[in-house]
Design a binder for this molecule. Structure first.
Ligand code: HAM
Length: 434
């Protein structure tokens, strides 16, 4: 039978079996955010379209081609957020966060939407974990943002991580570099791919990001931004690298890294798995990316405020974890259910419903399979979940107000008074944890 309804192209369901990956990643990300004193912020999924055309920028592919925009019945032009940063900057301005002690550190997790050409690791709805530090110009912040993301990936058991980093200058030095680059590229325009010939007019720096072989030959000889930085940008970049050296975080200075969003100034970075990916063979997608954006707050109507941030693409992490066959449970201790409640007969089933609630009230995780009747299949289910204890409630136990505790490993069983069972199991579960 042909299935009538599919998910929209490039969008996917996160099935129950996959939830563990997302939960685990969110846990690691949120623990890191808390440790580094970030506060959580949720912004609307829909924002005014102009926030992104101004913020993400007219020169970006996101604004040019990838936004899901709509006109409301009331005539407002709204867009499903393609990224978090402009919404967070809007909130920073709106709530006068400038008056709080600076810097303001904010994190967000949630879905973002980009109308991209679907391909491996490229979705139209995906999730990001996003960090922003607003109100601080010191280069230590750039290094710290990179370090936090690096730590998160390490905690998720990623090995061989490489940080690619570059500086694309600011409003003072970039225009000069841009001119020099255009000059160089114009002379070779006919040898560039069709996309790059277009980029040349709109956003020439993006040519440096092209993966086409014919363009790559030209890019390799092109003038590089870091050779045209003004003193301030050069000094800033030098200090960022020094901080990274200090914490012994391996990085790869990639002079061709330019990033596709308009707001970046000075530092830009991306993190990949594996060392030394040559640009020519860089088919792989970044696990996360970010950079400094010292002009965005002003551009969106606030006072001049330096800022820096980045975002992890959660699906990319999930997909890689799956290929490594790292068991989610091995990534760290998630709250795993240690007890299973098995019941035999109608009377026991009815009693079990209440007993389950007593465990819930005491916040003790307990699994069950009330729809099964045979003890054998319930024990098999308990085995599959991997619990340490199964409670068995049969007709006889109900009549005697008792219940059996079965140790799943040894098979040993003991009978206890029903009214004491929650307290007994609480102690047993706590013992496992310590
Ligand atoms: P971005 O590079 O556009 O930056 O996205 C960050 C990450 O989101 C990427 O490195 C990638 O892991 C993931 N990602 C992007 N597009 C897709 C897609 N179509 N499917 C799956 N994953 C994707 C930003 O969004 C900036 N707002 C980051 C930032 C925050 N810069 C400063 N603050």
């Amino acid at each position: 039978m042909k299935i009538k309804f599919q998910t929209p192209t490039g969008m996917h369901d996160i099935l129950p079996d996959e939830q563990g990956y997302f939960r685990k990643i969110y846990n690691v990300c949120e623990n890191a955010a808390n440790f580094y004193q970030f506060k959580k912020i949720d912004t609307p999924i829909l924002e005014e379209t102009e926030l992104f055309s101004k913020g993400t920028g007219m020169g970006s592919d996101i604004v040019q081609k990838q936004m899901y925009s709509l006109k409301t019945k009331g005539g407002d032009f709204l867009t499903l957020r393609p990224e978090f940063t402009p919404g967070i900057v809007r909130a920073y301005i709106k709530y006068g966060m400038r008056n709080l002690p600076q810097p303001v550190k904010l994190y967000s997790i949630g879905p973002v939407f980009r109308y991209e050409r679907p391909q491996e690791d490229r979705y139209r709805q995906f999730h990001q974990f996003n960090l922003e530090i607003l109100g601080e110009a010191n280069p230590v912040i750039d290094a710290q943002i990179i370090q936090i993301f690096y730590n998160i990936l390490e905690e998720l058991k990623f090995k061989k991580l490489i940080v690619e980093i570059n500086s694309i200058g600011d409003g003072i030095c970039r225009p000069r570099y841009r001119k020099i680059l255009i000059n160089y590229l114009k002379k070779r325009e006919t040898d560039l791919c069709a996309d790059c010939r277009q980029r040349l007019g709109k956003n020439p720096l993006r040519v440096l990001d092209c993966k086409e072989e014919k363009c790559w030959k030209i890019i390799k000889q092109a003038p590089q931004a870091i050779n045209y930085l003004c003193n301030e940008c050069r000094e800033h970049f030098k200090e960022v690298l020094e901080f990274l050296d200090e914490i012994e975080l391996p990085y790869n200075l990639n002079p061709y890294l330019v990033r596709g969003l308009d707001y970046y100034t000075k530092t830009v970075f991306e993190i990949f798995e594996e060392h030394g990916i040559a640009q020519e063979e860089k088919k792989r997608n970044a696990l996360l990316a970010g950079g400094r954006y010292d002009n965005l707050v002003k551009k969106l109507g606030g006072l001049p405020t330096p800022a820096c941030g980045g975002a992890i693409g959660i699906e990319r992490i999930v997909n890689l974890i799956k290929t490594k066959e790292v068991k989610v449970s091995s990534l760290a201790s998630t709250a795993q259910t240690k007890i299973f409640l098995a019941q035999l007969g109608d009377l026991a089933k009815r009693k079990s419903l209440n007993l389950l609630e007593s465990f819930r009230k005491k916040k003790i995780n307990i699994a069950e399979s009330f729809s099964r009747d045979s003890l054998k299949s319930q024990l098999a289910q308990a085995d599959k979940i991997g619990v340490k204890y199964t409670l068995i409630l049969g007709q006889k136990e109900v009549l005697e107000n008792t219940i059996i505790i079965r140790d799943m490993k040894t098979g040993q069983q003991e009978t206890k008074k029903m009214k004491e069972i929650v307290g007994i199991m609480k102690k047993k579960v706590e013992k496992i944890k310590t």
